[in-house]
Design a protein around this ligand. Structure first.
Ligand code: PXP
Length: 252
C-alpha cells in the first residue's frame, strides 16, 4: 500500500503572512499523524519564507512517523540536517524568486555535487531523496549519485493544459517510475497533487509514497485538517483496487 506524507509548509505560509505564531505547522503535523499520515515533510528554505528553524526542531521532536526535511543542497542546509537528523532529506533546487519548487533537481550535470551531498547525508544515517523531473536521464543520474529515493515531480502532469498532454505526461511518469524501480531506487511522487490528479498515479505500483501539501491545506479550510488528510489517505490506500480497475489512466 502506498504511503502518504503531508507537507506542512503552507500552514507556515499563512502564519508568516501575519508574522505571529499561528497557525502552527507543528499542530498540523500532529493532526496529520492523528489522521493516519505516514510522515511529515517541511521545507526549510534558504530565505525562511515559511518554515522556520524552530519549526524543524519542534517537528523533529514531535513527529512519530517519518520526518522528511526538504532542502537545497547547500552547506548551510547540510549542516542543519546533520544536527537535526531527520529520517530523510529531499534535495530540491531552490530559486528565491519562485512561488514554489518549480523544477526538478538537475542531477545530471551536477553529479559530483549531488553525490557529495548524498554521501554527507548518508554518513549521518539520513536517507537521501532527490526531487527530479520524470526524465530517464535524471533517474539514471540519481542512481549514479547513490540516492536511496527519487521523488518524481508531478507538477507538469498536474498542470497539463489538455487531455492529450496529461496522458503523455502520465506515461512519462510511469516510465520514470519503472526505470527507477529497476535501478532499485525507492520511488515517491509529489507536487501539485490533489484528490483528482493523484488517482491515475495509483495504478503505478512502483510509486511507494506521495508527498502532498497544498491541496490538503486548501481542503482543510473547509473540512478541517484531520478530515482533509483522511480523505487523501482513503484514496491512496485504495491503490490496489484502483490498479485492478480498468482503465485507470483515464479515470479523473
Ligand atoms: N514535493 C516537493 C519536493 C515539493 O517541493 C513540494 C512543494 O513544497 C511538494 C512535494 C508538495 O507539493 P504540493 O504542496 O503542491 O502538494
Amino acid at each position: 500500500m502506498p504511503r502518504l506524507s503531508v507537507n506542512v509548509d503552507h500552514v507556515a505560509t499563512v502564519r508568516q503572512a501575519r508574522g505571529i505564531d499561528e497557525p502552527d505547522p507543528v499542530w498540523a503535523a500532529v493532526l496529520a499523524e492523528k489522521a493516519g499520515a505516514d510522515g511529515v515533510i517541511a521545507h526549510l528554505r534558504e530565505d525562511r519564507r515559511h518554515i522556520q528553524d524552530r519549526d524543524m526542531q519542534v517537528l523533529k521532536q514531535v513527529v512519530k512517523g517519518r520526518f522528511n526535511m526538504e532542502m537545497a543542497a547547500t552547506e548551510e542546509m547540510l549542516s542543519i540536517a546533520a544536527e537535526l537528523r531527520p529520517d530523510l532529506c529531499t534535495l530540491v533546487p531552490e530559486r528565491r524568486q519562485e512561488l514554489t519548487t518549480e523544477g526538478g533537481l538537475q542531477v545530471k550535470g551536477n553529479l559530483d555535487a549531488v553525490k557529495a551531498a548524498v554521501k554527507s547525508l548518508n554518513a549521518q544515517g539520513i536517507e537521501a531523496s532527490l526531487f527530479i523531473d520524470p526524465d530517464p536521464e535524471q533517474v539514471k543520474a540519481a542512481h549514479m549519485a547513490g540516492a536511496q529515493i527519487v521523488e518524481l515531480h508531478t507538477g507538469a502532469y498536474c498542470n497539463a493544459p489538455d487531455e492529450a498532454s496529461r496522458l503523455r505526461l502520465l506515461d512519462t511518469l510511469e516510465n520514470a517510475a519503472k526505470l527507477a524501480a529497476r535501478l532499485k531506487l525507492k520511488v515517491a511522487a509529489g507536487h501539485g497533487l490533489n484528490l483528482r490528479s493523484v488517482r491515475p498515479l495509483l495504478a503505478f505500483p512502483e510509486i511507494e509514497e506521495y508527498s502532498i501539501g497544498h491541496s490538503i491545506v486548501a481542503r482543510a479550510l473547509f473540512v478541517g485538517f484531520e478530515e482533509a488528510v483522511r480523505e487523501m489517505l482513503d484514496l491512496v490506500r485504495q491503490a490496489p483496487q484502483v490498479r485492478t480497475s480498468e482503465p485507470p489512466k483515464r479515470r479523473l
